[in-house]
Structure formats: structure tokens, C-alpha cells
Design a protein around this ligand. Structure first.
Ligand code: ADP
Ligand code: AMP
Length: 216
């Protein structure tokens, strides 16, 4: 089961992907997480990517395409994967299709999380992530039991550097210009499924599960 979760920053892709990982046992591939790890480790790629990420811009296609091609070859992707935050441009989508074709695979479904763009500023400024295990929370919509402490591992919850209002506006603009065209792109291929991303987290998950059931 090869899935893509599509939607603007803050639509809930990471939240839903993690729930799908628990349910189906296939990996979440988040290019944002992979890039943030490279930034933390100070690798040459991370140093280059950081400038784009801090500005709210997209990291160049060839960098992210390379990351995903390498990741998809790993053994844990053999039975499927959930792409979260990739592709973000038509060039990335074309490259993904080409490399999957080479291994006789193709995307089964693209799940578009439809959200009200204006609500995303509140979602992103309230987002908190566990520094140790990466679990996601929201101060209002999905709070931890104890302030700033991860329910799952006890790690510290931190705020992403790019989740400040000025950068958020730029990221949403980049989404409108470069990523939103992928909705039509996948719709024309007949593999787009739309979900109401403004519904509560568990309802969004149920809708996605229904879609996945329809695939098998
Ligand atoms: P994305 O991966 O698409 O950027 P996230 O999954 O990180 O988005 O979600 C952004 C923030 O919004 C997080 O703080 C998350 O807890 C919260 N969130 C996710 N889905 C919902 C929802 N359906 N309703 C309210 N808040 C949500
Ligand atoms: P995310 O965690 O998905 O919100 O991504 C955080 C940042 O990482 C983005 O604002 C981009 O700078 C970069 N990034 C993540 N995925 C991609 C991608 N597919 N293409 C280009 N840049 C990306």
C-alpha cells in the first residue's frame, strides 16, 4: 500500500501518518523530519537545507528527490509506505512516479487533507513536538497530559523554528504556488481522495481508514 498524504503545512499529515503507522505497520516517510535530522547532525546537506527551511522556502527538488529515492529502497518500504510532505512540486511528483515505475510500483492513493488555510496559522503556532520520539501535540487541540512533557516517552516538547507566524505565512504561500497544483495532478490520474481535514483528529483517521479499506 503506497500512500501519499497531501495538504498544506498544518493540515494534519504528520498526525495522521503516525496513526497509520501504528495501524498498518508501514513506515512514515516525512521529508521534513529527514531534513530536520540532517540539520541537527550538521551534515553538508543539512547545512544547505537549513537556509531554505528557515526562510519557509522549499529545499531544491534534486535534494529531496534524492532523499526519497534512497529511503524507498530500504527494506521496511517493501510492503508500502506513507509519504508525508513529499511530493511538494510537480517535478517531485514526476520523479517519484518514474522511480516507482522502475521497481514495478505505483502510488495507490493520494489522500488530500482539505483544510481552511486561515485555520492553519493557529494549528502551526500551537504545534509542539517531542524532542526525543517525535510525537506531535497541539497546545489546544491535542494537549499532552502534563504541560511540555511527552505522554509517550516523557521527553521535552519543543516548538519548531519555522512555526512562527512570519515564516508560516511564507510557507502557506509556497504551498499555494507550488504544491496546490498537485491536487489536480493526482485527480487527473484518478487516484485522489479528498478528506475533510477540519474534522477532529479521530474522525479524519476514520475517513482515511475507509478509503484504505476500499483499496484492498
Ligand atoms: P502537518 O504534518 O500537515 O504539517 P501536523 O500533523 O503536524 O501537520 O498538525 C499540525 C498541528 O495541528 C499539530 O499541532 C496537530 O496536533 C494539530 N492537528 C492535526 N490535525 C488536527 C485536527 N484534525 N484538528 C485540530 N488540530 C489538528
Ligand atoms: P514539513 O515538516 O513537511 O513542514 O517541512 C519543513 C520544511 O522542510 C519545508 O518548509 C521545506 O523547507 C522543507 N521540505 C520538506 N519537504 C520538502 C519537499 N518535499 N520539497 C522541498 N522542501 C521540503
Amino acid at each position: 500500500m503506497d500512500l501519499i498524504l497531501l495538504g498544506p503545512p498544518g493540515a494534519g499529515k504528520g498526525t495522521q501518518a503516525k496513526m497509520l503507522v501504528d495501524r498498518y505497520g508501514i513506515p512514515q516517510i516525512s521529508t521534513g523530519d529527514i531534513l530536520r535530522a540532517a540539520v541537527r547532525e550538521g551534515t553538508p546537506m543539512g547545512i544547505k537545507a537549513k537556509e531554505y527551511m528557515d526562510a519557509g522556502d522549499l529545499v531544491p527538488d534534486e535534494v529531496v528527490v534524492g532523499i526519497v529515492q534512497e529511503r524507498l529502497q530500504q527494506e521496511d518500504c517493501a510492503d508500502g509506505f506513507i509519504l508525508d510532505g513529499f511530493p511538494r512540486t510537480v517535478a517531485q511528483a514526476d520523479a517519484l512516479e518514474d522511480s516507482l515505475k522502475e521497481s514495478g510500483r505505483g502510488i495507490d492513493a493520494v489522500i488530500s487533507l482539505d483544510v481552511d488555510i486561515e485555520a492553519l496559522v493557529g494549528r502551526l503556532t500551537g504545534r509542539r513536538t517531542c524532542k526525543d520520539c517525535g510525537a506531535g501535540y497541539h497546545v489546544k487541540f491535542d494537549p499532552p497530559k502534563t504541560d511540555l512533557i511527552c505522554d509517550k516517552c516523557g521527553g521535552e516538547l519543543i516548538q519548531r523554528q519555522d512555526d512562527q507566524e512570519s515564516t508560516i505565512r511564507e510557507r502557506l504561500d509556497v504551498y499555494r504556488r507550488q504544491t496546490a497544483p498537485l491536487v489536480d495532478y493526482y485527480s487527473q490520474k484518478g487516484i485522489l481522495f479528498r478528506v475533510d481535514g477540519m474534522a477532529p483528529i479521530d474522525s479524519v483517521q476514520s475517513e482515511i481508514v475507509q478509503i484504505v479499506k476500499g483499496l484492498t
